[in-house]
Design a protein around this ligand. Structure first.
Ligand SMILES: [Zn+2]
Ligand SMILES: [Zn+2]
Ligand SMILES: [Zn+2]
Length: 137
């Protein structure tokens, strides 16, 4: 698995375009371009994926990416956007149709909205995550 590694570009007007790089979470070396997924993860405060298996220095000793529990809000889109007709209690951010779920952030998939002010879970891997047990076997 390899990711693009875009070199910095000098534009005709002399300015520089720098593609944000992902640093290895093991040794800190830059391993390539930041992916869209990592960009939104950083933006949303979601744990960044473990990339040690992509790093030449760390890959030989890196364990499979660890599962990381993460709390997400589950419910109808309109409820999550607080755009529903339900009554939202004063002490809550959402109506009672919205529930908290714990998912594995490593093995779930996320999709940022075009406005990037929220992120939808396109594949929720329930916690405790069974993926890790499968990988260890
Ligand atoms: Zn590394
Ligand atoms: Zn997992
Ligand atoms: Zn609602």
């Amino acid at each position: 698995m390899s990711r693009p590694n875009t070199p910095d570009r000098i534009n005709p007007d002399g300015s520089k375009t720098i593609t944000t790089k992902r640093a290895c979470n093991g040794c800190g070396d830059l391993i390539g371009d930041l992916t869209d997924n990592e960009f939104t993860a950083a933006l949303m405060g979601r744990p960044l994926p473990d990339v040690r298996q992509e790093c030449p220095a760390c890959a030989p000793t890196a364990p499979p990416p660890a599962c990381i529990p993460m709390k997400v809000m589950a419910g109808e889109v309109y409820c999550l956007l607080r755009d529903c007709d339900h009554n939202i209690p004063d002490d809550a951010d959402y109506c009672r149709e919205v529930r908290e779920e714990i998912v594995c952030s490593t093995h779930s998939e996320f999709q940022a909205s075009p406005e990037e002010d929220y992120e939808a879970v396109t594949h929720a891997q329930p916690w405790p995550c069974k993926q890790q047990m499968g990988a260890a076997a």
